[in-house]
Design a protein around this ligand. Structure first.
Ligand code: KG4
Ligand code: ZN
Length: 335
């Protein structure tokens, strides 16, 4: 038996990240260069700026990860890279860096789906037990995914409009909070009270799909109407009321699905998994469920990173998946 070291590269959005993971479960190095400061003044990620930063950062981040691990490329068994979804120009930087590295050092290459990565961030905490339900909540995704074995993903529910993180960022923007707005709303929500009963989109009976655009519009309309009538609404109460509505729907649907499919583990993934309110509500919801384990990654493994790509890449690699020199960035890559 030999230890296996996979190097992961992630550049799908606004973080340039490289990590090394041992045997799919142990973090050896994890370097993330965030570009948030460069995008802040535009109120969101500017794709062109993102690509340029990735080009500038990727070599340094790679060197730093190898240094942190006290390794050279000779110690690496394979290179895993985010192939999609994401911003095409941003993805391309990672894909090309991975190809160049694989070619120069004669290493196998494997493309990884970004969401598979978010899910596998949890395997750095604990071994998976199937069936497993994953709630993926990020800036681009809101999905409930059922897994019966490693590397198999059955999407049982998804958003029909905005992603949860997108709703957070848009509501934050109307409250004039900086980008990304999620953490600011989260902080404010804990200072305020639920004073407004915002709508919850339960959709059809039995559906595990989500919808957040109605909620978002309701918040915007409420703010607009109050302003016209010169009524002062406290931003912390808006934040608390909005967050309550999002968390109620996410936790209720996750709980129902977990029961219906009799899963052994519920795992939470993506940037919104960093939300304190959501974490507390899920812990509360699943506390009394015997034989059901809830996993939520620490904050630095919730938001985009390359450790998750290396962890998911290990599974793909060991299943025999390989990418060729023709691998391309694929912004619409299916899971
Ligand atoms: O997974 P991620 O880093 O990037 C994507 O793949 O999208 O997720 C970013 C999203 C942003 O929308 C951000 O506002 C949200 O995660 N987010 C949060 C919190 N921290 C990050 N949303 C709510 N509460 C938080 N504490
Ligand atoms: Zn992500």
């Amino acid at each position: 038996y030999q230890d296996q070291y996979i190097l992961g590269i992630e550049t799908s959005c606004d973080e340039t990240a490289v990590a090394i993971v041992k045997n799919g479960r142990e973090l050896i190095a994890n370097v993330v260069a965030s570009q948030i400061e460069s995008h802040k003044r535009f109120g969101g990620v500017v794709p062109e700026i993102a690509s340029r930063h990735h080009v500038e950062q990727v070599t340094m981040v790679l060197e730093e990860a190898l240094n942190e691990a006290e390794m050279t490329m000779d110690d690496i068994d394979a290179i895993a890279v985010t192939e999609g979804p994401g911003l095409v120009g941003a993805l391309l930087v990672g894909v090309n860096a991975a190809k160049a590295l694989a070619f120069a050092h004669n290493k196998p290459l494997v493309g990884v789906h970004h969401i598979a990565g978010h899910i596998y961030a949890n395997r750095l905490l604990k071994e998976f037990e199937f069936p497993l339900l994953s709630l993926v909540v990020s800036g681009g995704h809101t999905e409930l995914i059922l897994m019966n074995e490693h590397g198999s993903y059955d999407v049982i529910g998804e958003t029909r409009d905005d992603a949860a993180g997108e709703a957070y960022d848009k509501v934050a923007r109307t409250l004039q909070l900086p980008y990304p707005g999620g953490p600011h709303i989260d902080r404010l929500a804990h200072e305020g009270e639920v004073t407004i009963d915002f709508p919850r989109a339960w959709l059809e009976e039995g559906s595990y799909d989500f919808s957040f655009s109605g909620l978002k519009s309701s918040v915007i309309n409420t703010l607009h109407n109050a302003k016209q009538k010169n009524i002062e609404l406290l931003p912390e109460n808006i934040a608390a009321s909005f967050q309550e509505s999002v968390i109620d729907v996410l936790s209720t649907k996750t709980h129902k699905a977990a029961q219906e499919y009799g899963v052994k583990q519920v795992i939470v993934a993506g940037g919104v998994a960093a939300n304190k309110g959501l974490r507390a509500k899920l812990e509360d919801t699943f506390a009394g469920e015997e034989g059901l384990e809830l996993l939520i990654p620490p904050l630095h493994l919730c938001t985009d990173n390359a450790a998750m790509i290396a962890a998911a890449g290990t599974i793909a690699f060991n299943k025999g998946e390989r990418s060729g020199w023709d691998m391309n960035a694929n912004p619409g890559l299916p899971l």
